[in-house]
Design a binder for this molecule. Structure first.
Ligand code: SF4
Length: 318
């Protein structure tokens, strides 16, 4: 049963500013995550999912990225006002992130063991070298990497094995919140399920909360307690997995579900969503989804819809 709110994102706006344009990547996101809870963040490429995660980590590249408004409260502390030293401390202990591409998250000229040792010793300065090494080996073995690979370099690992190393690195800090940004996208399909199982198992074992970014609704169904559907920089529907999967309220959510194949209904026609997501530097007036929405009303072109509902909420004029 999820506990107290540990992360509260309030009215978050993040823009990327260049000399010629302002890309509004995140536009008023509100999201809470409770202790032990797992929340899926779903949407097409460019919806602002990664920018939301990077904002929580305070890793939005600046310039060109700027958090222009909002709050990111982690256990009651607004991270927007945290200085770099404080952000580093929180990244080390409170919040860890597993990035999409394991290739770029490891240092190619250091052995995997050295990199993990650095994390352990930064996190727990009292451990001796031998104790830290024993902890690293135990942690690697927990995710199915043999301890004798401690002295290997990242290029000697397959993609799936590298992602296991990254998971080990993220969990060595014993985070209270784990952010996993499409953790299996760069991996071979045959090992995606294994890696997800590892993440899910460890998250449950440690009691950490998780924000899982994915475009795969099947993964959400298996992994998450609640799901937030994101479109053009905002959350358009949010609720428990059961509520959203059984009773989709937003036409965009419906579109996402209609565009995935189902084994039990082979003859069903897939209905991809018309058109493409909008350019965040040139968003349509009114509801950002209206140019693609088959159910739009005249008001949709003029007015952005307010969020409706309680618990299971959605932003739509219908
Ligand atoms: Fe479609 Fe209008 Fe709802 Fe937007 S507000 S999703 S355009 S019906």
């Amino acid at each position: 049963m999820p506990g107290n709110v540990i992360l509260e994102i309030k009215n978050l706006h993040v823009y990327y500013l260049t000399e010629t344009e302002t890309a509004k990547a995140v536009r008023g996101v509100n999201l809470e995550i409770r202790a032990g809870e797992s929340v899926g963040l779903v949407g097409e490429t460019g919806a602002g999912k990664t920018t939301t995660c990077l904002s929580v980590m305070r890793l939005v590249p600046d310039p060109p990225g700027v958090i222009v408004d909002g709050e990111i409260n982690f256990k009651g502390e607004n991270l927007i006002f945290a200085d770099e030293k404080r952000c580093r401390a929180i990244r080390g202990e409170g919040i860890s992130m597993i990035f999409q591409d394991p290739m770029t998250a490891l240092n190619p000229v250091m052995t995997v063991g050295e990199q993990l040792m650095e994390v352990v010793r930064e996190h727990n300065k009292k451990l001796s070298k031998a104790e830290a090494k024993a902890l690293v080996i135990r942690s690697l073995e927990r995710v199915g990497v043999k301890g004798d690979r401690f002295n290997d370099y990242p290029h000697q690992f397959s993609g799936g094995m590298k992602q296991r190393v990254i998971i080990t690195m993220a969990l060595l800090c014993e985070p209270e919140l784990l952010i996993a940004d499409e953790p299996t996208t760069a991996l071979d399909v045959t090992i995606q399920a294994q890696v997800l199982d590892i993440i899910r198992g460890l998250q449950r074992e440690t009691g950490a909360s998780m924000l899982l970014v994915t475009h795969d609704l099947g993964v959400v169904a298996e992994t998450c307690d609640r799901v937030a559907i994101m479109y053009a920089g905002n959350i358009v529907e949010l609720g428990t997995v059961k509520e959203v999967f059984r009773n989709k309220r937003h036409p965009y959510t419906e579109g996402l579900f209609n565009s995935i194949p189902r084994l039990e209904n082979e003859n069903r026609r897939l209905m991809p969503i018309d058109g493409l997501p909008p350019n965040p530097a040139d968003l349509p007036e009114g509801c950002a989804f209206h140019p693609r929405c088959r159910r739009r009303l005249p008001i949709c072109e003029r007015e952005a819809p307010p969020m409706k509902g309680e618990g299971h909420i959605y932003a739509c004029h219908l």
